[in-house]
Design a protein around this ligand. Sequence first.
Ligand code: HEM
Length: 468
Amino acid sequence: MASDQKKEGVLKRLLHKVYEKKQNGRYSFTKIGRMNTHNITDAPTMRAIFRDMDHFAGIEFVRKTFKKLVGSALIMDEGESWEQMHKILFPSFNPLAVEKNIAPLALEEVNKMLDRWEKQGKVGDVETEMKYMTGRVIMRALFSDTVSEKDGQFIIDEIANAMGGAKQPKGFDRIKRRLNIPYDHAGFLPPLARRILGYGQDKAASVPKRFTHAAEVLDKAIYKIIDERKKLSVQPDDILGRLINARRDGKPLSDGEIRDQAIMVVVTGHETTAEGMTFSLLELLKNPDKQAALRAEFNAVAKDGKLVGKDFNRLPKAQSAFKEALRLHPTVFMSTREVAADTDLNGIHFQKHDIIRMDLRKLHRDPEYWPDPEAYKPERFEKDKFPQAFMPFGTGPRVCLGMNMSLMEGALMLSQIFSRVDLKPEKLPDGEEYYFTTRPHGTLDVTATARPQAEKKAGPAITPPKAP
Ligand code: HEM
């Protein structure tokens, strides 16, 4: 019996090897101890995995760790409970809701930032600016103006520390590249492995500890906010108000459920977009002709130098500029799954508990899907708005809840920024690094100069597409 199983195991590994060759580098299989890992960057196979929630679920040990921070929030949920919560949350993030409720906040915040940039000239680190701006947007979308800027920033800072505050020990860089451990995910490794790799020296670097600490601090703040909001006779029209008014199986959500979803929205909803914006600005600074295209588009669309939410549909160039930055630098660089039940897919046998790693960065730079893959070419998205090998938000039923929000924020903000200021790079990052999100390695520092009024108001330089 045992030898039959062994034979079967060897056969499967051989089959995987054959498949690995056939897939032209888009599939590989590794076995470390009892952990089978399938590395996949074949677009159709990835799409099939993303869509099949019966056979592919979240990785159990990663979920256990994340639960320390976000509890049972949507991102950790499965099955019927996930479906119910998705129904409650999605109405806050569908395109119309984003256009009505979130786009105005994004435009207000970007214009406030630009007022400051125009005055101070020297902007400094763009990533910090973007995080602050998108942090303000998510806090206001969640709590409207019922939470002060100071209290909102406290919550954002706690989450930022939990998600990536830890410094990586020296020397780890080389090892992690060789082992292809995705970066801060090493914080999930067992203590001994962490110690060997250099993580053990720095207690703060342990992801579970950081999450537990942040949750303790955040609980006090969030429960106080929920408590105060529940005393109001009418809830403000914001995400928290909608969560408080929501009913599941006819009953209101518990404070714990509301807390979990609120923290998840902050965790997932600001750094991701901020990094997308930072890389968009970096790429646009290297491509002045693309900046000119954004300005021409802005002038054709904006009334009196101001954009409104529904202009999003008339800004295809700004949309493409943001998407192309997410192609080259997908904020979420790796998507993972654990096999929930044995299954076969596109010639690969998946066994219960196998791990699947889908490297979005590699997919997005595959020369067969993307000719001239290293070049920043927003025009790629003009004909096909979502090519099949473009998955920065995942796909299928669990596609990113904030996709519409992020795409709208990104396009409106980029368009507004280049219409108002000329940016000059003072310092460029020398690459990327990967924690939970893709970030620039080193900083992008810029100075800003207000563009002359006449140019800002210059008439239509191109014919804008009709609003749908
Ligand atoms: C550029 C910005 C963003 C990127 C690149 C991004 C990326 C992703 C990806 C790849 C997934 C799917 C992971 C998987 O299936 O393995 C995801 C899920 C999710 N994202 Fe985003 N995201 C972004 C912005 C946002 C924003 C603004 C929110 C705001 C709430 C958000 C909330 C979520 C949530 C809640 C999920 C889990 C959905 C579910 O499991 O049903 N994301 N995101």
